[in-house]
Design a protein around this ligand. Structure first.
Ligand code: SF4
Length: 265
C-alpha cells in the first residue's frame, strides 16, 4: 500500500534525519509560488489566499503509517510537518499534531526526535494559527525577503498577501507567544539570477532589511542557505558557501545579539 501521509525519512541539512508528514495529501497547495521551489511551480489553481482553509482531519491511516514507520526508524532527529505546500492551511493541523505526539511519546527513544514544522509564515497573522503551531517544539519559518520588491520576485505570493511587514510582525508575535522551551528558526534562502542582479534576493538592500527584521523577531536560530536541488525557475542559481559566510557575518553585525545563532549551509 503506498503511504498517504508519511514520507522519508530523508537526510536534511537543517533537521538531520527527518521523517516527513504531509497533511495536504500529495497536492501542493501554497500561498507562495517561490522561484526556487524544489517541487516545481505552484499550479495557479492551488495558489491560494492565506485565508483559504483545507478541512482534512486525520484518518486512521495516519496513525497506522506513523506507528509503522517509527518502528523502523530508531535514530530519527525530527518528525517534520511540511514539504508539500503550506501545512498551516489545514485547519486540522492540531489534530494531526496531537496524534503524532502521542505515538512518538509511547515509544522509548535514546533521544526523542523533535516535532518540527516548516511554514512559509504567511498565515501567522492569524492568532488562532499562531496558538496552534506554538505547540510544535521546533518551528522553521520562511523569510527570504526584507523588502517588498525582493518578496514579490522571490516568493511570488498570492495577491491577498500584500505586505512583507505583516509577515515580519506575525513572526515577532509568534516568538513572543511561543513557550520558552519551543524554538523558532528563521529560514532564509538566497540565490543569484542569470538574468540580472535585479532578479535575485542576494542584494545589499535585502540583506540589510532582513538583518533589521531578524533583530526585531529575535528567533533562536537563523538558517541561511541556498539552492541545492533543481529550482522551479531555471534562471536562478545557488550562491556559494564562502559568500553565504560573508552574508552571515553581515547579518551578525546588524543583529548584534548573541542569543541568536546563525548557521549557513
Ligand atoms: S513556500 Fe515552500 S512549498 Fe510553497 S512555493 Fe515556496 S518553497 Fe514551494
Amino acid at each position: 500500500m503506498p503511504r498517504k501521509y508519511i514520507f522519508g525519512p530523508v537526510k536534511s541539512r537543517r533537521l538531520g534525519l527527518s521523517l516527513g508528514i504531509d497533511i495536504l495529501l500529495k497536492k501542493k497547495t501554497c500561498t507562495f509560488n517561490c522561484v526556487y521551489c524544489e517541487i516545481g511551480c505552484t499550479n495557479p489553481n492551488h495558489l491560494v489566499s492565506p485565508e483559504y482553509r483545507i478541512h482534512n482531519p486525520p484518518k486512521p491511516a495516519f496513525q497506522k503509517e506513523l506507528k509503522d514507520m517509527l518502528k523502523f526508524t530508531p535514530n530519527l532527529n525530527s518528525i517534520t510537518f511540511g514539504y508539500n505546500g503550506e501545512p498551516t492551511l489545514n485547519e486540522n493541523i492540531i489534530d494531526f499534531l496531537k496524534i503524532a505526539y502521542q505515538i512518538r511519546d509511547e515509544k522509548e527513544w535514546n533521544k526523542k526526535p523533535r516535532m518540527s514544522l516548516l511554514t512559509n509564515s504567511t498565515t501567522l497573522y492569524n492568532k488562532e494559527i499562531r496558538a496552534k503551531i506554538s505547540q510544535f517544539e521546533y518551528i522553521i519559518a520562511k523569510l527570504d525577503a526584507g523588502t517588498e520588491k525582493d518578496f514579490k520576485i522571490t516568493n511570488r505570493p498570492h495577491k491577498n498577501i500584500s505586505d512583507i511587514n505583516i509577515i515580519v510582525d506575525s513572526l515577532i508575535k509568534l516568538k513572543r507567544e511561543m513557550p520558552i522551551n519551543n524554538k523558532l528558526a528563521i529560514q532564509i534562502l538566497l540565490y543569484n539570477s542569470y538574468i540580472s542582479k535585479r532578479y535575485s534576493n542576494n542584494n545589499k538592500q535585502n540583506i540589510y532589511q532582513l538583518g533589521y527584521a531578524l533583530k526585531k523577531i529575535k528567533p533562536d536560530y537563523v538558517q541561511l542557505y541556498s539552492i541545492s536541488r533543481i529550482p522551479a525557475e531555471p534562471t536562478i542559481y545557488s550562491i556559494n558557501t564562502s559568500e553565504l559566510e560573508k552574508i552571515s557575518n553581515k547579518l551578525k553585525k546588524i543583529i548584534d545579539d548573541n542569543s541568536i545563532t546563525i548557521y549557513h549551509y
